[in-house]
Design a protein around this ligand. Structure first.
Ligand SMILES: Cc1cc2nc3c(=O)[nH]c(=O)nc-3n(C[C@H](O)[C@H](O)[C@H](O)COP(=O)(O)OP(=O)(O)OC[C@H]3O[C@@H](n4cnc5c(N)ncnc54)[C@H](O)[C@@H]3O)c2cc1C
Length: 392
């Protein structure tokens, strides 16, 4: 089945997404209309190889599209990323000759929707450990645990997640699995009412001895950094570099709103000229522009390097988390400076800037948070990453 290339992210669609963003945020509702339009347009298939029915976009091209989408509707782009990153990982593995996740690409091409169930309370090494328990049983595994922050909860048909098998305490294993929606013994709990990115509808999933058959077990890996195989590194690349682009788009939008405001609002002290003539506003705008000048090329270069197969070896995890950290910290700086320019108007409920400010505040919570980013960069450059004991 072929998907027409030209149908993705038309201006008319983007305007519609933007017009619904504030309402979805205020009402804490899922972006259902955006989701249906994106699905219809083939956006959910952008990372699937062409020969399997998708558009065949690599990571760099997907990031560029995600930035466009996030500029208009950040929560929509962030949540849809959970589906896209699964297809991106599967596509990269497939291109390398690893067909272990080809089934996922085929299912996604048929319209199945994949969410991510990695979020857990108190897991400071996400994905590489798990607070969920996995137990080997005949024909598969059972899982018990509390998953949280599950974006796309209203629409997923498979949830990709992980749990830990500690039956051999000397060699704990992390089991990566996909839970079909029609499985038994799990429960969705509608808990989502967060500071920002509210339209993602990132609810909780409680696994109560849920059985997943072997055909949906995609990896059994050692716990901790020892388990960082190509599947895991690709997961971090696709998830985090796209998160980075979502938050970079928020920064760009915040910047544009500040410029618009400075060019409209007049100053009594400047005899009625606009605030753009105030040298302090000019300086603040320059500081925002300086952040964006370094951010966008950084993100583009890392995404391009990944897509072109540049061999950074053991430096790749650092490169990936640094990219996400840079984007989120720059976005926070830009939003604070933009608030200085926009002033009180930007603080009103229902104002786009006010929503964007809260959306950006969520960026630091995603893996890798600031603590883990510093651990990975510090230990990598000191030659200590992966050494046990972790805090020895
Ligand atoms: C907008 C957004 C969307 C996300 N979407 C996804 C996604 O789709 N998939 C995914 O895997 N991850 C997602 N993440 C989650 C992310 O991956 C992190 O895992 C998550 O933010 C947990 O981070 P933490 O370790 O800081 O949480 P922690 O602070 O360790 O845990 C936070 C959670 O614990 C709960 N909690 C706090 N106290 C208690 C208590 N006493 N008892 C029980 N529960 C308690 C809170 O309600 C909260 O849900 C998303 C994050 C954000 C910000």
């Amino acid at each position: 089945m072929q998907v027409a290339q030209a149908t993705v992210l038309l201006d008319s669609m983007l305007e519609g997404f933007a017009s619904r963003s504030t309402h979805n945020d205020l009402e804490n509702t899922f972006f259902s209309e955006d989701f249906e339009e994106l699905k219809e347009a083939g956006f959910l298939k952008i990372a699937i190889p062409k020969e399997l029915g998708g558009l065949g976009y690599n990571l760099a091209k997907v990031c560029a599209e995600q930035r466009k989408l996030a500029y208009h509707a950040p929560a929509t782009a962030l949540a849809i990323n959970m589906h896209i990153y699964w297809t991106g990982i599967a596509a990269d593995l497939y291109k390398m000759g690893d067909k272990s996740m080809q089934w996922l690409l085929e299912e996604a091409a048929k319209g199945e929707v994949f969410a991510a169930g990695h979020g857990e309370r108190g897991n400071d090494l996400p994905v590489l450990y798990s607070t969920a328990k996995a137990e080997r049983v005949s024909g598969g595994y059972t899982f018990s645990g509390h998953k949280m922050f599950g974006s796309l909860t209203p629409v997923w048909t498979y949830m990709g997640f992980h749990g830990m098998d500690t039956s051999n305490p000397e060699s704990p294993k992390v089991i990566h699995a996909f839970l079909p929606r029609d499985s038994q013994n799990y429960q969705i709990k509608e808990t989502w009412d967060a500071l920002g990115m509210r339209a993602t509808r990132s609810d909780d999933t409680l696994l109560n001895g849920t059985f997943v058959p072997d055909k949906y077990i995609v990896r059994v890996l050692p716990a901790d950094f020892a388990g960082a195989d190509m599947f895991i590194v690709s997961l971090f690349a696709w998830a985090l570099i796209n998160f980075a682009n979502v938050y970079a788009a928020c920064a760009q939008r915040g910047f544009d709103l500040a410029i618009e405001n400075a060019n409209k609002k007049t100053s009594i002290a400047l005899g009625g000229k606009t605030m753009a003539y105030n040298p302090m506003v000019q300086h603040t705008v320059a500081d925002m522009a300086l952040e964006l000048e370094s951010l966008i090329p950084h993100l583009d270069s890392v995404a391009n390097d990944w897509s072109n197969g540049v061999d950074y070896g053991g430096l790749w995890p650092s490169k990936i988390v640094a990219c996400k950290y840079h984007a989120v910290e720059s976005a926070k700086k830009v939003m604070n400076l933009a608030l200085d320019v926009i002033g009180g108007a930007g603080s009103a409920r229902g104002n786009e800037f006010e929503r964007l400010y809260r959306d950006v505040a969520m960026g630091g919570i995603h893996p890798a948070n600031s603590l883990l980013t510093h651990e990975i960069l510090g230990k990598t450059h000191l030659g200590l990453l992966g050494q046990m004991p972790r805090w020895g």
